[in-house]
Design a binder for this molecule. Structure first.
Ligand code: NDP
Length: 244
């Protein structure tokens, strides 16, 4: 990762924040994105990187039309993009029977369409250079169905279809994709989850403290990426019990 330019979405909190700290330790130059600029600046300070090596780039991943402009901003600043860690995401708490249809759309807008749009915006640059690596935070919920999270599971399953196809398309051009399937990681994700009516769930899960530490999660993700893995589970099958 030394001197590589790594763009992390969802960098203001949780796994994305931990990735920023881990990647800074590994010598990367960083682009930090999420909606909350104050939190991104806090994370940027915590990396101890010189100001030239970290770009705070606030964005809303559901604003699909803004992606090309954000890519240009990064290229104007660093001249290259080596890795995009597509990590921003939101979850839900609510049964299929109760959940309003617009909630499914909201989950797809961020967890799927935002990710597709950013990928498409960065791809021409990477194809021109003949190098680049997409790292995508899916979930074990992208591989199995878990109660109260049907829309979240669907959005994460969709990511696997998209990125498996992309991996096949870009392999010959020298580009890579790594999909990450975390189990239960100790972050504030449940606070921001959408309930059945699309309101903030605003409660921490009772078993929040049982998940893997985000710093360890970030370390394992970086290790998998460095080894060029296509897909990796992080946070252990043992945390599946918490989901099911
Ligand atoms: P957090 O809630 O801590 O982080 C979510 C991040 O996404 C925040 O930085 C948030 O920043 C950002 N985000 C949310 N909405 C938007 C938006 N519209 N535009 C841009 N950024 C947005 O959760 P985690 O760190 O746990 O989640 C990170 C990823 O890991 C997610 O994709 C999640 O699905 C996945 N994951 C998490 C697991 C867990 O147990 N924690 C398990 C499996 C997967 P801001 O509010 O500032 O925009």
């Amino acid at each position: 990762m030394n001197n590589k330019v790594v763009w992390i979405t969802g960098a203001s909190s949780g796994i994305g924040e931990a990735l920023a700290l881990e990647l800074a330790r590994r010598g990367a130059r960083l682009v930090l994105s999420a909606r909350r600029e104050d939190e991104l600046r806090r994370v940027a300070n915590a990396t101890n990187l010189p100001p030239t090596h970290v770009l705070v780039l606030p964005l809303d991943m559901t604003d699909l039309s803004g992606m090309a402009g954000h890519v240009q901003t990064v290229l104007d600043h660093f001249g290259q993009i080596d890795y995009v860690f597509q990590n921003a995401g939101i979850t839900q708490r609510g049964s299929v029977a109760e959940t309003q249809l617009p909630v499914y759309r909201q989950l797809m807008e961020l967890n799927y369409f935002g990710v597709v749009a950013l990928t498409q915006a960065v791809l021409p640059h990477m194809l021109r250079r003949g190098q680049g690596h997409f790292v995508v935070t899916s979930s074990v919920a992208g591989k199995i169905g878990t109660k109260q999270r049907s829309g979240y599971c669907a959005s994460k399953h969709a990511l696997h279809g998209f990125f498996d196809a992309l991996r096949a398309e870009i392999a010959e051009a020298g580009l890579r994709v790594t999909t990450i399937c975390p189990g239960y990681i100790r972050t504030p994700i449940s606070l921001h989850a959408l309930d059945a009516q699309g309101q903030k769930h605003a409660r921490m899960d009772a078993n929040q403290d049982k998940g893997m530490d985000p710093a360890e999660c970030a370390r394992q993700i970086c290790q998998a990426v460095a080894r060029g893995r296509d897909e990796v589970y992080v946070g252990g099958i043992e945390t599946l019990g918490i989901y099911l």
